[in-house]
Ligand binder design. Structure first.
Ligand code: ME8
Length: 724
């Protein structure tokens, strides 16, 4: 097939969607032809006829440690994978780390480590965190692994052999932070992140992306589900309609990457390298029978779940590579919105991150999972605040589900020796609750399937509230004087059997979101191990009445102890402590104490004993909101047509960023390079003369003219060290 023509498979195999590699019809036929004897139960049949489900997270850059944003995408995938597995669908869930490229090479150099060592350390942190949070990926791929290298080189070869790759020269702008070629004049900032771009002029291999403009548009038209949500689909379509230029897919100015086969002076462009992980992890590029079988079974992926900022790579470059290679396309690329903290995207470069470990340590993994899936309307940006987290935790988990379970389990123990009583004839309130429960079961699944997790959980918590209300209204713990003993005993039996059944259904439904808590509840309900129930189909058999009379309940155990006032403070303190050690470990590998000079060691301004008129006194909590850090100036240059401004690129140890400073009349740019200054690191970005400034350099204002004198240190202080 020549470049420029519509790839054959697009015309011939227009079917896509979740796991279309296996057609249900074909499997049923196969069954009829011989496998029938092996099928023991409907669940096994389900496992055989279901389309396999393959879900992936982005593979995360190892230039900095994981934060809540990464945890968000990974947790959502984990919940989806758990739900699919419990439906008996053969499921594969992949995550991993993206370890090559200039950005990682530079971060490693700044940390004084080899890229391989640096990548291994941070990749290990991602892997450990997922383990600690109880996530269940089936595989974790590192792009520095041989299996990946082999697969990427095969993909490159295939594309080159098919005539989609040619040699040329790229002269233009490149954003190292986004690893993105930027089609704009020299000096332009990156259109995605606003950071300065660098001019690159290199011999490169090019991929004939331009040949895929029409096939891609046709594909999007024919498969409206391919890009979700709709807003992202429109964005991608507008981008492609704007015209596609060929894409440089190799680099020659650095070496931290996968060598281009037969031309090792080049390394494969990091995005081609990274995107290929979705196939190399399954076994693409390997001849081993088990790899081939896994690839056959699970490719194409059902869902690539990604953050909205990398939708273009996944919806334009990736399908074009696949079309060119003659491989089927994934069912859907689904974008999550951004988790915001202090109103901007939580990101290592802005420095406004919260770590998942912190929430895990204070409230547990389930609290984090629940908050992220309930509070954020999936696909949209959502705010993270400790206040909202604690409110949700106390309101929905501690006082809601947790309290409900504890009330019912305790009463079954108290009144019935822990054995579920016979409900007897149901009255109106029970029938109403049963109806609500059945409606909830019917509504929950489809909402979850269409990524409306907040809606699904909201509906489920309406049921939690209904059961709570039912208990309170029927008050089985209180016998009115005029009620006969017998009638009261019948009411207790009816109410506790009904409430217990409703809790069973709620627990089965919420298992993918609260795996730890539901495991405890399942045992308390006398149902055994929930993980086993999930694999045996018990969690999807949700007809009313599954909690049989005579079931022995387990011992009550606390689920979500109420978070007290100090919980927020504990989380904030953990974050503050971590900021210091993280900087030390990532940037210099120096002991934390060195990176974190105590207040007394930092040259301090004389303390005013009385407040200066016009300047309000503040408490320490206000001061700690300001993140002051040591930064080293790497680049300093004048900004054309702005005599007061200098454009600085500074190194914070864990990242580099651009800051514009109004000091041009007092400092020669060349004399500033290498100097260590103090910056306000958490100032919201702002534009100065069209340039984004991410922070503020501190200087004393001296004399009548307010001449700036830069703050600095007498001792050597590591880049990124925090002042407090
Ligand atoms: O982009 N809110 O890696 P990355 C929501 N290596 N999600 C967030 C987030 C936030 N504030 N911050 C990060 C890369 N994420 C590439 C991907 S894939 C072949 C290569 C999540 O370390 C979200 O999923 O910058 C986002 O797309 C991803 O982390 C970016 O991680």
């Amino acid at each position: 097939m020549g470049a420029g023509s519509v790839p054959e498979w697009v015309r011939g195999r227009a079917v896509c969607g979740a796991g279309q590699g296996h057609s249900v019809k074909m499997e049923k036929m196969r069954l009829r032809q011989g496998n029938r004897a092996c099928v023991a139960n409907p669940r096994e049949l389900m496992a055989i006829v279901s389309k396999p489900f393959y879900i992936t997270t982005p593979i995360y850059y190892v230039n900095a440690r994981p934060h809540l944003g990464h945890a968000y995408s990974t947790i959502v995938c984990d919940a989806i994978a758990r739900a699919k597995r419990s439906q008996g669908v053969p499921t594969w869930f992949l995550t991993g780390t993206d370890e090559h490229g200039q950005k990682i090479e530079r971060s490693a150099a700044l940390a004084g480590r080899t890229p391989a060592e640096f990548a291994a350390a941070i990749s290990g942190e991602f892997r450990n965190l997922w383990q600690r949070l109880g996530l269940t990926p089936d595989d974790f791929i590192r792009t520095t692994e041989d299996r990946h290298k082999r697969g990427v080189q095969k993909l490159f070869r295939v594309l080159r052999d098919k005539g989609f790759i040619y040699k040329g020269r790229y002269t233009g702008q490149y954003c190292v932070s986004d690893e993105l070629y930027v089609d704009a004049p020299a000096g332009s900032p990156c259109p995605d992140c606003g950071r300065p771009t660098e001019t690159v002029s290199e011999e490169n291999y090019f991929f004939k992306l331009s040949a895929f403009e029409r096939p891609l548009l046709e594909y999007y038209e024919a498969h409206p589900e391919f890009i979700q949500p709709e807003a992202r689909r429109n964005e991608v379509m507008a981008f492609v309609r704007g015209g596609l230029k060929d894409l440089s897919v190799s680099r020659t100015s650095f070496s931290w990457g996968i060598p281009v086969p037969d031309d090792e002076k080049h390394v494969v462009y990091v995005w081609m390298d990274a995107l290929a992980n979705y196939i190399t992890a399954l076994g693409y590029g390997s001849d081993a029978p088990e790899d081939k079988a896994r690839f056959e079974k699970f490719w194409p992926a059902s869902v690539h779940l990604v953050g909205k900022e990398i939708i273009r790579f996944h919806c334009v470059y990736w399908p074009a590579f696949l079309m060119a290679a003659g491989l089927p396309l994934p069912g859907a690329v689904v974008a999550n919105g951004w988790l915001l903290f202090d109103k901007s995207k939580m990101s290592k470069s802005v420095g406004n991150i919260v770590r998942a470990e912190t929430v895990h340590e204070v409230l547990g993994a389930d609290a984090l999972r629940y908050f992220l899936m309930r509070e954020i309307s999936f696909g949209h940006d959502g705010n993270f605040t400790f206040e909202a987290l604690i409110q949700r935790y106390n309101g929905d988990l501690a006082n809601g589900y947790g309290n409900l379970v504890s009330r019912v389990v305790n009463m079954v123990h108290k009144y019935f020796g822990g054995v579920v009583p016979e409900a007897g004839a149901l009255g109106e309130p029970e029938l109403a609750l049963k109806k609500t429960a059945q409606e909830t079961v019917a509504a929950y699944g489809p909402m979850f399937e269409r990524y409306d997790f907040a809606g699904a959980l909201g509906t489920l918590w309406t049921l939690v509230a209904a059961v709570d209300g039912y208990l309170t209204a029927s008050a089985p713990w209180k016998k009115p004087a005029d009620r006969a003993e017998e009638d009261h005993a019948a009411l207790q039996r009816r109410v506790l059997a009904t409430a217990g059944e409703a809790i069973r259904l709620i627990t089965a439904l919420v298992y993918p979101v609260l795996p730890e808590a539901t495991a405890k509840v399942w045992r308390q309900l006398g149902q055994g191990e929930i993980e086993q129930a999930a694999t045996s189909g018990q969690l999807t058999e949700l007809a009313w009445g599954g909690l049989g009379a005579g079931t022995h309940f387990g011992e009550p155990a606390p689920l979500f102890p109420r978070a007290e006032k100090d919980a927020m403070e504990r989380m904030q303190n953990l974050e503050n402590e971590n900021n210091l050690t993280a900087v030390a470990a990532v940037s210099t590998a120096a002991p934390a104490a060195e990176a974190a000079p105590a207040a007394a060691e930092v040259p301090a301004a004389p303390v005013a004993a009385t407040p200066i008129e016009g300047i309000a006194q503040i408490g320490i909590e206000d001061f700690t909101k300001v993140e002051l850090r040591v930064a080293q100036i790497l680049v300093a240059e004048r900004v054309p047509k702005a005599d007061k401004l200098l454009r600085l690129e500074v190194d914070l140890g864990y990242e580099q960023r651009q800051i514009c400073a109004g000091i041009a009349q007092y400092y020669e740019p060349e004399k500033l390079v290498g100097r260590k200054v103090v910056i306000v690191a958490n100032l919201a970005p702002r534009k100065l003369r069209g340039l984004e400034s991410n922070g503020m350099v501190l200087a004393a204002s001296v004399g009548d003219q307010g001449a700036p004198v830069l703050a600095g240190f007498l001792e050597d202080v590591p880049n990124g060290a925090r002042l407090k």
